[in-house]
Design a protein around this ligand. Structure first.
Ligand code: AMP
Ligand code: MG
Length: 413
């Protein structure tokens, strides 16, 4: 076992990585590809939204003073002089005692100052379409949405740094934007290294199937990045060199798994040391699982060397790669938020200088977040991680009793 002296504290390792990652250049991106990306400039409104005064409900545009005293007991009869549908552009005159039938979203005639909802009217007994009884007094402005009541022309609607969510995309569409300046969505290349790895199909003696690449590709996509599948590369110096060089040209970040442990007979280290001009840093981070980790740049492209053990690879992705790649997008919050959850079982551990990340099932019970440990915890047990939705952050110590509150990272948010 390595001494805790040679271990890098987690926050130091994370800080090291984040400091070396710089946001990608802004691009003009079509609106349909912008969700989840970060605005690179303020967006000013070129139009009023809504663009004209319109009705918020189906009903009758009236002069409010014509409805004074209206009630069920005292219905007031108005003459219906026109009908305007949504999309209509007409502006009929409205004399005292008259009304215009109007549909939600249609422009309110200039002469009207209120809209009576259909629910507050009754049709005449003979269903005469040219008359309506109002049974509730209308106030000036009822059911009217003024031009610019949501967004005014010249207003900064979305400042630089906004993470575009579906509502923000809707706002940009409502202002007529087709493209907006954003930090590009990072293209993340995923490579598996190791001569023992095969994909689906026949499997030879001593071989194992590559599970890291498919899992990491999905983790990349789930994080809102673009994934590039760069395949399996066997332990051959020239092939590894070619693969990393190509990845650095093709992608904005590279994730590779395997070959970063201390005792490894591995060419990956030698090749990366050469390609990064000595910039690669090999760390033993004070965490369990996912202790070995490497980070550096190849031709300016950040490269994350994750451990080969499948659980470790995913935990390492969460702790190092995901936050750093979010920084490539200039995301304002690279790290996921930590929530507090109540342990449902005792956590047995001993003091070893490491923060442990236990796979757990978190659920909210009567408003309390509860974390259950009933999933296997060994770092090769990927099937157990598949039934977990959170990592409990267990600080160094001699164990924690059920009922203790500890921070958790949710994996599925
Ligand atoms: P390494 O980090 O290369 O020493 O690998 C540590 C362990 O993880 C070994 O048991 C490897 O066979 C396994 N491993 C490495 N890469 C993968 C992979 N892509 N998929 C599944 N297991 C892997
Ligand atoms: Mg290996």
């Amino acid at each position: 076992m390595s001494s805790t002296k040679s271990l890098t504290p987690l926050d130091v390792a994370q800080d090291f990585v984040l400091k070396r990652v710089k946001p990608l250049k802004p691009i003009a991106c079509p609106l349909s590809e912008c969700c989840g990306l970060v605005l690179a400039a303020d967006i000013e409104s070129r139009e009023d939204v809504p663009p004209f005064r319109n009705t918020a409900s189906d009903g009758f545009a009236v002069r409010a003073k014509d409805t004074v005293g209206a009630s069920k007991e005292n219905p007031i009869l108005l003459k219906v002089v026109a009908t305007i549908a949504a999309g209509g552009a007409e502006d009929p005159e409205l004399e005292s005692g008259s009304a215009v039938r109007i549909m939600t979203g249609a422009p309110v005639p200039t002469d009207a100052d209120s809209v009576v909802m259909v629910e507050d009217t009754i049709a005449p007994v003979d269903d005469d379409e040219n008359a309506i009884y109002v049974i509730k007094e209308a106030a000036v402005g009822d059911s009217i949405r003024d031009a610019g009541s949501d967004i005014q022309i010249g207003q900064t609607v979305l400042p630089a740094g906004t993470v575009l969510n579906p509502a923000a995309i809707g706002v940009l569409a409502s202002l007529g934007y087709k493209k907006v300046p954003v930090f590009a969505r990072p293209k993340v290349g995923v490579i598996s290294t190791g001569s023992e790895l095969v994909d689906a199909g026949d499997i030879g003696k001593g071989m194992i199937r590559d599970s890291n690449r498919p899992a990491l590709i999905e983790a990349v996509k789930q994080s809102g990045f673009d994934a590039v599948d760069l395949g399996i590369v066997v332990d051959d110096a020239q092939l590894l060199e070619n693969a990393f060089k190509e990845a650095a040209i093709l992608c904005d970040a590279i994730i590779t798994s395997g070959g970063v442990s201390v005792g490894d007979y591995d060419l990956t280290k030698q090749v990366l040391a050469k390609l990064s001009n000595g910039d690669m840093k090999w760390m033993q981070v004070a965490i369990k699982p996912a202790k070995p980790f490497a980070f550096g740049t190849v031709s300016g492209t950040p490269l994350f060397g994750l451990p080969g053990n499948p659980v470790s690879a995913l935990v390492s992705f969460e702790l190092f790669a995901r936050p750093a790649i979010r920084k490539l997008m200039n995301h304002p919050t690279p790290f996921k938020r930590l929530l507090n959850a109540t342990l449902q079982e005792d956590v047995v551990r001993r003091r070893d200088g490491k923060v442990h990340f236990l796979r757990a099932l978190c659920q909210s019970v009567n408003g309390e977040l509860q974390a259950s440990l009933k999933v296997g915890q060994m770092s090769h047990m990927l099937s157990r991680m598949a039934s977990a939705n959170a990592l409990i952050v267990v600080p160094d110590g001699d164990g924690y009793e059920a009922g203790t509150k500890l921070p958790v990272i949710l994996l599925d948010e």
